[in-house]
Design a protein around this ligand. Structure first.
Ligand code: PPE
Length: 303
């Protein structure tokens, strides 16, 4: 990671190297941290943050689920993201707001800890490797089930959820694959460790419903809106892994990953006749994020 100049910490921009916390920070020990992943893109009108409002809303909702009071309004947090990007050299960047139970108390009751909020930004390139955009990635269905919402709220973007993601990711990469696909505890397709998943079969685009135990991705929502606007038939429905194997197209999507086509799952090549729907979605996403489609300019917040 290339260091930037500043990090926003509890209301102030501090030099990158000074953005440090104590080793007894409560959230480090008990996973009590909620975070966001947002991207800023360059547009003809300057740098703009994509779907900032929706990301801040999800950040506040993650905090609400974990009974965290962030102590900053939605407007303050949005402005802090913009201020940070203005003050850092990387303009096309990834933005990471995080709220965590801070240093002061140990023991697992998080309600005794003060909550701190920080926001960092840095340049983050091809999340699933250089082949993701052109050739597509090779994925493996994980032996780890996606966490069940009866145990942990999957829709809160909590650091603790990513222990499950990391186990799946390590298993996939150690096995020579680029990415994992997690099934839920009912054996239905859920999502990737850090991406939602879509499939195309006979011209119909589909993705697992929120109730399948996934993070409701903002990129997922963006793809759904593209599909509606393009008149592509779209469903939210459950599918099994063999339905993925026999899909015409499969792709991952997320803020870090963008739109990444999947070319193989568990040694089965996906599709026969190219990836027209994936390509169309990737093109729309690239154009919308860079301010090239009038209709979607409402999703861009200039910094
Ligand atoms: N599911 C999971 C589990 C997930 O972590 C993400 C985002 C998504 C779906 C897609 O959500 P959205 O970004 O709103 O479209 N994962 C973030 C963190 C990745 C990381 O490695 O860190 C991201 O893409 O920013």
């Amino acid at each position: 990671m290339l260091p930037q100049k500043k990090i926003w910490m509890d209301g102030k921009l501090v030099p990158w190297d000074d953005a440090k916390i104590h080793v007894l920070t409560h959230g480090l020990h008990y996973g009590m941290a909620v975070f966001e992943g947002i991207r800023a893109f360059s547009t003809a009108e300057g740098t703009a943050i994509f779907r900032l409002d929706e990301h801040i809303d999800r950040f506040l909702n993650s905090a609400k689920i974990y009974r965290m009071d962030l102590g900053h309004s939605k407007g303050e947090l949005a402005e802090a993201c913009k201020e940070l990007v203005r003050n850092n050299p990387a303009k096309e960047c990834y933005i990471r707001p995080i709220a965590y139970t801070a240093y002061g108390e140990m023991g697992l009751n998080p309600l005794r800890s003060k909550v701190s909020v920080a926001i960092a930004s840095w340049e983050w390139g091809a999340y699933l490797g250089a082949d993701a955009a052109s050739k597509g990635v090779r994925a493996a269905v994980s032996s780890w089930a996606r966490i069940d919402s009866r145990s942990m709220p999957v829709q809160a973007k909590c650091a603790a959820n990513y222990a499950n993601s990391a186990l799946a990711k390590m298993e996939a990469t150690a096995g020579g694959y680029d990415e994992a696909i997690l099934l839920n505890t009912h054996g239905m397709v859920a999502e990737g460790p850090g991406e939602n998943i879509f499939r195309v079969k006979d011209g119909i685009l589909s993705t697992p419903p929120a109730s399948s135990g996934i993070l409701r991705g903002i990129t997922r929502d963006t793809v759904i809106q593209f599909a509606r606007d393009q008149g592509i038939t779209f469903y939210r429905n459950d599918s099994t892994k063999e339905e993925l194997y026999t899909s015409d197209e499969v792709f991952f999507c997320g803020t870090a990953a963008g739109i990444a086509k999947v070319r193989e799952i568990d040694g089965r090549k996906i599709g026969y006749d190219g990836t027209p729907v994936t390509d169309q979605m990737a093109k729309l996403y690239a154009e919308a994020t860079h301010g090239k489609i009038k209709k979607y300019e409402k999703w861009l917040a200039p910094v």
